[in-house]
Design a protein around this ligand. Structure first.
Ligand code: UDP
Length: 321
């Protein structure tokens, strides 16, 4: 298929692009490089350096005969979204409306969207399946949920099939070491641990140790980015062949506390990773991990690389250089 990957130079986007290329698809990456990196581009994929807010260019691009759009262009820091909601409204919501309108005008029939476990908010039960109520705890999660609602309407009114993939915490690096770009100023736990192990940071912070969890730190489900990428390929195949939409969790069905992740990272890297307890971060649910049995049932998808050791080892391979 001919695929337009918006946000394809980013951390998840570059892994997703690699996976589509490996599966023999034609890929074009559309990215403004605001957080994406040139070193994440592959010679086999065309690259358009542009912004989703440039509607004329977005539309002209979409008219290039694409079968599908993969939309990964969004800000993703839950903590920041609570302090700068305007930034998240503009990019995540208004930007997506441009993408949907352009796809609709260009007659593109399939869209795969990076949604998030943040749509669920504080769990009412665990593990979280797709039937769990959606009550986001942070503004980032709200933007993802709003977009899911738009997708539902554009499906009904414009016949665009969508796959909404609710990622749990994406982490790790390409197991074959082909992706080298490191995110600048990361806000997520594992890149911060890696920077601390590397000595880029003297010390990291653990946000809160008084949560209702065995060691008091938040529990999250993590999923290897290569597993996520495989999920995109399967999801696009499913929606395009069945002319049908889909909303599924993608996770490893296992939860790790912040302290557990730091501990395993110390073993994997052999570095001390100094960490001190700090205030809770706003908008953080205490526990979040998934059931991904629906993805297995519908797509035949299952995490293969998402054990915490592999996530941390592949991350360290990228960071230690
Ligand atoms: N976290 C932390 N220190 C950091 C970054 C994150 O203790 O420097 C915690 C954060 O509070 C949350 C977990 O690690 O409980 C995962 O956070 P992350 O930002 O990676 O993902 P999110 O849960 O927001 O999707």
């Amino acid at each position: 298929m001919n695929i337009l990957i918006i946000g394809g130079a980013g951390y998840i986007g570059s892994h997703v692009t690699r996976e589509f290329l490996d599966n023999g698809h034609d890929c074009t990456v559309y990215d403004n490089l605001s957080s994406g990196l040139r070193e994440n581009l592959f010679p086999q994929a065309r690259f358009i350096h542009a912004d989703i807010h440039d509607y004329p260019l977005l539309l002209e691009t979409m008219k290039g005969g694409f079968n599908a759009v993969i939309h990964l262009a969004a800000y993703k820091a839950a903590g920041e979204s609570m302090l700068k909601p305007e930034k998240y409204s503009h990019n995540n919501i208004a930007g997506t409306i441009n993408i949907l309108n352009a796809a609709s005008e260009a007659g593109i029939k399939n869209i795969v969207f990076s949604s998030s476990a943040a749509v669920y908010g504080n769990p009412q039960y665990l593990p979280i399946d797709e039937k769990h109520p959606t009550l986001p705890e942070n503004y980032y999660g709200f933007t993802k949920l709003e977009i899911e609602r738009f997708l539902g309407w554009y499906e009904k009114l414009k016949g665009i099939n969508y796959a909404s993939l609710r990622y749990f915490n994406a982490a790790g690096y390409d197991v074959k070491g082909r992706i080298k770009g490191l995110k600048q100023n990361p806000a997520n736990l594992i890149p911060i641990i890696m920077e601390t192990a590397r000595g880029v940071r003297k010390e990291m912070q653990i946000f809160g140790n008084d949560y209702d969890t065995p060691d008091g730190t938040c529990i999250r489900g993590y999923v290897h980015v290569s597993d996520l990428s495989a999920g995109h390929v399967l999801a696009l195949d499913y929606i395009s062949k069945n002319n049908k939409s889909l909303t599924v969790n993608l996770g490893s069905e296992e939860g790790f506390s912040v302290l557990e992740v730091v501990d395993i990272a110390r073993k994997v890297t052999g570095k001390p990773v100094p960490a001190k307890t700090a205030e809770r971060r706003k908008g953080d649910p205490s526990k979040l991990y998934d059931s991904s049995s629906l993805a297995l049932e519908i797509l035949g998808w299952k995490a293969r690389y998402s054990d915490m050791e592999t996530i941390l080892k592949t991350s360290w391979e990228a960071y230690k250089k």
